[in-house]
Ligand binder design. Structure first.
Ligand SMILES: Nc1ncnc2c1ncn2[C@@H]1O[C@H](COP(=O)(O)OP(=O)(O)OP(=O)(O)O)[C@@H](O)[C@H]1O
Ligand SMILES: [Mg+2]
Length: 302
């Protein structure tokens, strides 16, 4: 019998307004100890948002920053797997739920840690239409609870890995306007079409955009190390210029990224000098530079 979402996170019915207010207050208190929040988004699925998130976490943690990763994908969480903490037990203390600890002490919170085995989250509603509306609301509430209930401690960076869908970023902004957002695309027109929509939404919200990252841009030959084309489509540099957002460079397709993701060890840790490793390092540099001028997260809670 699949577990229903309400079985996991409460009765979702009584005294909703007071509950929400309480969560929002707790969220504000948590954010007092977090310097910067960075959302990784795209709109498009499968373009490497999670890969970018976990490798950026590794880059920053290796530089000595205290880093946390929130997996905002309630239905298809994959951060715990890519960080090698699936199945980790975590304690419920006085100050909330302790996140799992990955390599370099990176803290991880994901629905995957709460669900037993491979159980899916089911969204329950009386009609299909209700289910659609309710799902968005329920996801926002789940995220609020995740953020508010997790004892993140002192963090320099909290990275938030968003699921696909152009509505996901606006939902996050309601809760917590991030210090910056990274947008991930691949060099295909199909991806560009969706990503452009996400950028338009983010701009409408006047969200601080760190820039556009182009993943799977070229293929690294495992024998000679040269980079060849993987997709025929136009690169994203032109799109970034057209939309007037910074272009943060390309991460080539490297089969070792997929392998290390499956093994739960961020690729960057073992392959820092590869073209993709260097691209992740540059991304870390861009993120650090961007947040320097931003107010700390605690001043950003609505
Ligand atoms: N540059 C790359 N080289 C090789 N494999 C990659 C690269 N980027 C991502 N992958 C692989 O592609 C798959 C999809 O990546 P990932 O899960 O990060 O995408 P996503 O955008 O987070 O997907 P979703 O929309 O489902 O959340 C994974 O198996 C990952 O290991
Ligand atoms: Mg993902």
């Amino acid at each position: 019998m699949p577990k229903r979402y309400k079985d996991i996170v409460g009765d979702a019915g009584s005294n909703v307004v007071a509950q929400l207010q309480e969560h929002q207050e707790r969220l504000a208190a948590r954010l007092h100890r977090i310097s910067h929040t960075v959302a990784v988004m795209s709109g498009k699925g499968g373009v490497g948002k999670t890969v970018v998130t976990v490798n950026l976490a590794a880059v920053l943690a290796r530089e000595g920053y205290a880093v946390g990763v929130l997996d905002a994908d309630i239905n298809g969480p994959s951060v715990a797997k890519m960080m090698g903490v699936r199945g980790a037990s975590f304690a419920m203390g006085e100050r909330g739920v302790s996140p799992a600890r990955g390599l370099l002490g990176i803290k991880v919170m994901s629905m995957d840690l709460l669900l037993p085995g491979d159980a899916p989250v089911m969204w329950e509603a009386s009609t299909k239409q209700d289910a659609f509306v309710w799902r968005g609301m329920a996801e926002v509430n789940a995220l609020r609870e995740f953020l508010a209930d997790t004892d993140w401690g002192e963090l320099d960076f909290l990275l938030i890995d968003l699921p696909p869908g152009t509505d996901r970023f606006p939902n996050l902004v309601q809760l917590l306007p991030p210090s910056g957002a990274l947008i991930v695309t691949i060099p295909s027109e199909v991806s560009h079409l969706v990503v452009k929509r996400s950028i338009a939404v983010a701009k409408e919200l006047k969200a601080p955009l760190i820039g556009l990252v182009e993943n799977m841009a070229g293929y690294v030959c495992p024998t000679c190390g040269s980079v060849g084309a993987l997709f025929e489509g136009k690169g994203a540099e032109g799109m970034a210029a057209e939309l007037d957002i910074p272009y943060l460079g390309r991460i080539p397709f490297d089969p070792r990224i997929a392998t290390s993701s499956d093994e739960g060890r961020p690729f960057f840790l073992d392959c820092r000098e590869s073209p993709a490793g260097r691209a992740f390092a540059c991304l870390g540099e861009e993120v650090r530079r961007f947040v320097k001028s931003k107010p700390p997260a605690k001043e950003r809670v609505p």
